[in-house]
Design a binder for this molecule. Structure first.
Ligand code: SF4
Length: 410
């Protein structure tokens, strides 16, 4: 018998099955009294919590900044970014007064750049419409750009003490295991189940912030995705998945659609002084508002363009189109492409990159495409940190030109 089949039969908690709910909150919710579970978790958190910079001074601004940064990003990475951000923008007024380029420049490398743009927009709303003070309720917070259910609950609970359940991936994992629930967490039913259980816990305590943080911390430190340390868990006596000897069977996820494969043709234009021509993308969509060399998606005529090894005719046509659209003449033969592969959440990207040196007169005449939001400029390689660039673009430039500071390969 596999773990999976054993757990599925027991997760239903049929009467007489090995995993019988011990008491409390109604069928199929928590396996023990909510107040007891909340107290056990709070005690554990008091002794085990990591000393993280955003826990020192729980202002709404710092809670908001840290929670936005922590989405999809590891704590160890966020610690450095948080320190740099708060040093440069110590409060919401300073962030609102900055330019978007300054904010995205500091955000570069954190990924999911719409977060950085929304952070900046929301700071301006807080200053312009709320006199520099964050709204103190979930509903008021949710009206800010980029602040959804998760972030509004986190700020309301951690900064203002509201009994709002904060549900992230760690919380899903811990509570689905605690209850041995095989409802898929990426479905509305799974979301409702976890939110109901987390709400039961935070409303059963006088310190909802501690319970919310404790849940997330338990998922990060003890109830890990692989090989959870059940022996160190304050809930091991109540936990149904532990009881069944199969914690890793939870949480269950619904099947995800395959990532889309995209091939991108890019030209790195370099002038005689070694400066690079970068253009800013329109503010919406993937990598919106960030700076990059001219590039375009290559039409997929092979069914799976990114998986095709060779540079295709469609790619050289795309390079030619990029140059001609900017008033430049395409070379009669192309150098071999530098290929860079990147995997994003929903896409497999393959960049086919060529470096094109431009003589001084062509470089002087170059203009960005005439399409509204697009902007373009020549930048020294060492000045790239002053504008927002994605990790993918930095990888493309490094592959095409060598690491920053190395002799130019032209
Ligand atoms: S006992 Fe194990 S599986 Fe259950 S919540 Fe604790 S760490 Fe997770």
């Amino acid at each position: 018998m596999t773990h999976r089949s054993r757990t599925k039969s027991s997760a239903g908690a049929a009467p007489g099955a090995p995993l019988v709910a011990k008491t409390t909150m109604g069928a199929s919710t928590l396996p023990d009294d909510a107040a007891l579970l909340a107290a056990q978790l709070s005690r554990w958190f008091a002794g085990a919590a990591r000393d993280l910079p955003w826990r020192h001074d729980r202002t709404p601004y710092r809670v908001w900044l840290s929670e936005v940064m922590l989405q999809q990003t590891r704590v160890a990475v966020v610690v450095d970014y948080f320190a740099r951000f708060t040093a440069r923008f110590p409060d919401v007024g300073a962030l609102a007064a900055a330019s978007e380029d300054d904010v995205l420049g500091l955000w570069s490398g954190l990924g999911y750049y719409s977060r950085g743009r929304n952070l900046h927009k929301a700071a301006r709303v807080v200053v312009d419409e709320h006199g520099g003070r964050f709204p103190s309720t979930r509903d008021g917070l949710r009206a800010l750009p980029g602040v959804g259910d998760y972030t509004s609950a986190a700020i309301a609970s951690l900064a203002f003490g509201e009994s709002a359940a904060v549900v992230d991936g760690n919380v899903h994992r811990v509570l689905m295991r605690l209850c041995a629930d095989d409802t898929a967490i990426d479905t509305p039913a799974g979301q409702r189940a976890t939110t109901a259980r987390a709400t039961a816990l935070v409303t059963a305590t006088s310190s909802p912030a501690t319970v919310n943080e404790g849940l997330m911390e338990l998922g990060a430190l003890v109830c890990a995705p692989r090989a959870p340390s059940c022996g160190a868990c304050p809930w091991r006596r109540s936990c149904r998945a532990h009881d069944a000897g199969a914690p890793e069977d939870y949480p269950v996820k619904a099947r995800r659609p395959a990532r889309r494969a995209l091939r991108v043709a890019a030209v790195v234009l370099v002038d005689e002084a070694g400066h690079l021509w970068l253009e800013r993308r329109a503010s919406r969509g993937l990598f919106g508002g960030l700076w990059e060399p001219p590039g375009t998606v290559v039409p997929d005529d092979a069914g799976d363009a990114a998986a095709t090894a060779a540079t295709t005719e469609a790619t050289t046509e795309a390079w030619r189109g990029l140059l001609v659209a900017r008033g430049l003449t395409a070379p009669s033969t192309w150098p071999p492409a530098v290929v860079v592969q990147r995997t994003l959440t929903h896409r497999d990207l393959r960049f086919d990159v060529v470096v094109v040196p431009l003589p001084a007169d062509a470089a002087r005449a170059l203009r960005p495409l005439d399409s509204g939001e697009l902007d373009g400029r020549w930048l020294a390689r060492g000045a790239l940190g002053a504008v927002g660039t994605s990790t993918a673009v930095r990888a493309v430039l490094e592959a095409a030109l060598g690491p920053p500071g190395s002799p130019r390969l032209l």
